[in-house]
Design a protein around this ligand. Sequence first.
Ligand code: GLN
Length: 233
Amino acid sequence: TKANAAEPNYVISTDATYAPFDFQDKNNEYVGIDQDILKEVAKRNHFTYTLKPMSFNAAAQMVANGQADGIIAGMAITDERKQVYDVSDPYYKTGVAWITKKGSKIKSLSELKGKTVALKSGTAASNYGLSLQKKYGFKVKYFNDTDTMYNDVVNGNSAATFEDMPVIQYAIKNGLDLEVKNPNNPGNAGGYGFFVKKGQNPQLIADFNKTLKEMKADGSYQKIVDKYLKSDQ
Ligand code: GLN
């Protein structure tokens, strides 16, 4: 789009691989529930943005360091993060799943004793996993992206992993050979939000909240969710 002096341009960071919220389609365009909502917020509030896709950890740091104005990345609203960021109203429900290879004999967290658990750096799910480490006696191994982390479990290098329920469920539905052990009992249930650095860009948060409310009322929010969660054959 042509630069317009009247329209602010924001730098927004995101996770390059976090389907169905943030990922690249066949044409290498960044799409997903987050990306479609963000696009609509920008359109309805007359701003443009430069998207910076990268690892989740780096994307979150960019906003904390003031190098980006905001982040949308399937990022859970936590008390810890509220110390560093200001956050929008929640736009999607989440919670943490614990996951093994499909058909694994492991039935309970206590069976992870001495085994390796794959975690994604800087995530709420990794903090949740770490909070259980002492009790269950597993080792941890860190990854920067969800797909590589999943593969470590598929390959049998790690015995289990922790990831958000909607994200793992989408991957399994699309053929990933993993299994959720606590489908009805997610850990740390909460919601995803759009984040800015604390005290910065209050207008972006106000715009996001206003448009989210409108989109829920006019059906466009549900249309976006259905596009990603109901479209697969
Ligand atoms: N939902 C997780 C969190 O909030 C992970 C986000 C991500 O990996 N993109 O930390």
